[in-house]
Design a protein around this ligand. Structure first.
Ligand SMILES: [Zn+2]
Length: 231
């Protein structure tokens, strides 16, 4: 057994140079045994990359199969309730969430996010239509979802290539806007708009945003905060 004269690492029997510091191994008592089986594979092999198109086809087939199977089952089980359409709608949403990101790999992330949000909106419309719940659908569910989608998209677009502080500010601002919108929609649905809890939440949000905004505009302060919190 040999040890590297330079760094002292233990060497394999077949090593002609140290694997760490590349110092040649010259040991007249124990020369490198070139016939010994090497401890590590000499060939470099790479894992085959996942074929995104095949994966997309597999996922689509699974979604279609689930939809058809549930449709057929629905013909025999609880015939009066169109439950299989709910399952088919959920499958369609999952399909939109999983398959377009695999196929449209160069599409902007905001476009994919828009598709995801629209898919959930479509599922809400389907549930509303099947359960004859147009009042809650158009009164609460769709306006809340539309507001959430618009705010999320705006944050997504604005937060691109921004610093951690700017992103935190955008997320806080978006949350405040969404809560104000949520109370507005719920109040309008139940009767008259009387803002209360959303204003308290907005006050808390703005109180949190103010110091962040101040830190953001002062490079010196920003550096100190970064050092203190190890950003
Ligand atoms: Zn060495």
């Amino acid at each position: 057994m040999s040890y590297c004269v330079n760094c002292g690492v233990e060497l394999d029997r077949d090593a002609v140079q140290c694997p760490l510091c590349q110092t040649p191994v010259i040991n007249p008592v124990c020369p490198p045994d070139l016939q010994a089986t090497p401890n590590f594979p000499l060939e470099r092999q790479e894992v085959e990359p996942v074929d995104h198109r095949e994966l997309a086809i597999l996922l689509s087939a699974m979604a279609v199969c689930t939809g058809i199977c549930c449709g057929l089952l629905n013909l025999f089980l609880w015939r009066g309730v169109p439950w299989s359409l709910f399952v088919a709608g959920a499958c369609a949403v999952l399909w939109v969430w999983l398959v377009p990101p695999l196929l449209l790999r160069r599409a902007p992330s905001a476009v994919l996010l828009l598709l995801d949000l629209l898919a959930v909106g479509g599922l809400l419309v389907l549930i509303g239509a099947l359960s004859h719940g147009s009042t809650w659908l158009y009164g609460i569910a769709l306006p809340v979802w539309a507001g959430f989608s618009l705010i999320l998209l705006a944050i997504w677009l604005a937060a691109k290539k921004r610093s951690f502080l700017s992103r935190a500010l955008l997320i806080l601002g978006g949350t405040v806007l969404f809560l104000l919108w949520l109370e507005f929609v719920i109040d309008r649905f139940l009767g008259a708009y009387q803002p209360m809890w959303s204003l308290i939440a907005a006050a808390v949000g703005i109180t949190l945003m103010l110091p962040l905004a101040v830190i953001r505009t002062r490079p010196n302060l920003r550096r100190q905060v970064r050092r203190r919190f190890h950003f």
